[in-house]
Design a protein around this ligand. Structure first.
Ligand SMILES: *Cc1c(COP(=O)(O)O)cnc(C)c1O
Length: 427
């Protein structure tokens, strides 16, 4: 038995499913998880000393590659002065100034500890500000695991085969209205039916929790227009897209301003951090200045802020990072597409910037329903082949591949070679 298998046997006795987040489970690919011991640049190494080229990147945060020396140094230096004070610190001000100074739509920001918390809080603020209750979300978009958002939630919930979640009272989701991604008429219909009751529309501008689904032309612009017209706030959930599609996230990438934005993942550089921010008049609703309560013992933790701020500054201030990731994304995903064509496969491969997903269907994927046509058994076979040949992918059809700044042409070409071998083995 490998060390990973031994650890998994122990893990399942003490941790539900042996994992602390369902997306780490290998159930849907018919395997048991590889336990990771160490990571560097584009690689992760498991406890049996197998090294893999990594396309998970901790689900996004490791955009500079694993264990970036400057981030590591910031963390160790800051930790020397104490791990947490539960009191105001200078680095929180620096972090907030940096985000507000570099993301035009964000005048004020509040730090939290996860993407889930960021979304939960942003929704509360939207409701408090508009004095309305209904929230429109899209099927297949994941916004963390707060009760109100566990409706057609994509990602781990998709392959776990749980329609929603047990333990969520109907009362918690009765104000959650589900629209169809890329279908603006479905949003118009909801606004018409619930006229004057919608507090906010929340969307992943690029949906990256049902694989990767790109917004069609005008979809986001129409959402913006409808929200303004109906007095609802537009919330961009940028937990994946923020600081990834561009420094200014999907807002910059698509040239659209949201009223509230949520962050996570990259903003913490691998530490547990989330944030939400937006227009000053909206953010002034938050306690202690406003009536919307939201708090956190470890929020704005100095070590986490040091990690996140260091990463953000490198992303913003190093020329060529986003163009390198875009060109590595193009090399990888464009290369995979070319291979699929060569081997006569019709499978769609959706990608933009450093995010991509290959689906096992012959249908175009543009929403939750079409994503679900994917053959998850076929994905499982592909996943196993890739893993056995040194490529670490998310263990589900509905996860994105994340390219980092540490991925080089050489590493991408090695990956393409394995994809080629896989396709060859299927002939
Ligand atoms: C990961 C994710 C979340 C939840 O973030 P956690 O830190 O896992 O709580 C929310 N929204 C999106 C778009 C995500 O990808």
């Amino acid at each position: 038995m490998t060390r990973s298998e031994t650890l998994f046997q122990e893990a399942v006795q003490y941790i539900p499913g042996g994992v602390n987040s369902p997306v780490r489970a290998y159930g849907s690919v018919g395997m048991t998880p590889r336990f990771i011991r160490q990571a560097k640049g584009p690689y992760v190494t498991d406890v049996d000393d197998n090294r893999y080229i990594d396309y998970i990147g901790s689900w996004g945060p490791m955009i500079l590659g694993h264990n970036h020396p400057a981030v590591l140094e910031a963390v160790t230096k800051t930790a020397m002065d104490g791990l947490s004070f539960g009191a105001a610190t200078e680095i929180e001000v620096e972090m907030a100034e940096y985000i507000c100074g570099n993301v035009p739509s964000v005048d004020m920001v509040r730090m939290v500890n996860s993407g889930t918390e960021a979304v939960m809080s942003a929704i509360r603020v939207a409701r408090g500000y508009t004095r309305k209750n209904k929230i429109i979300k899209f099927a297949g978009c994941y916004h963390g695991h707060c009760d109100a958002m566990l409706v057609k939630a994509g990602s781990g919930v998709m392959t776990a085969g749980i329609p929603d979640s047990a333990g969520v009272p109907a009362g918690c989701t009765q104000d959650t209205l589900t629209a169809v991604y890329n279908d603006i008429d479905s949003v118009k219909a909801i606004f018409a039916e619930f006229d004057g009751q919608v507090a906010a529309v929340i969307v992943e501008a690029v949906a990256a929790n049902m694989g990767v689904v790109l917004p069609k032309a005008e979809f986001l612009r129409e959402l913006r227009r409808l929200c303004t017209e109906h007095g609802a706030l537009l919330i961009f959930d940028e937990v994946i897209t923020g600081f990834r599609l561009a420094f200014g996230g999907a807002q910059e990438y698509f040239g659209i301003s949201a009223d509230l934005v949520t962050y996570g993942k990259i903003i913490g550089a691998g530490m547990p951090v989330g944030a939400y921010g937006g227009r000053r008049d909206i953010m002034q609703q938050v306690a202690p200045v406003g009536p919307v309560y939201q708090a956190g013992t470890l929020s704005g933790n100095p070590v986490a802020m040091a990690a996140g701020l260091t990463q953000l500054k490198i992303l913003k201030e190093t020329p060529g990072i986003y163009s390198h990731m875009a060109s590595m994304g193009e090399r990888l995903f464009g290369g995979m597409k070319a291979l699929l064509r060569t081997y006569g496969k019709n499978q769609p491969l959706n990608h933009t910037a450093s995010l991509g997903c290959m689906y096992f269907t012959d249908q175009e994927v543009y929403n939750y329903e079409t994503a679900k046509t994917s053959d998850t058994e076929a994905f499982a076979g592909y996943f196993r082949f890739m893993l056995e040949h040194g490529i670490h992918l998310g263990p589900s059809q509905f996860e994105a591949m994340f390219v980092s700044n540490a991925h080089t042409e050489e590493v991408i070409d090695q990956t393409l070679d394995v994809v080629k071998q896989y396709l060859e083995s299927r002939v």
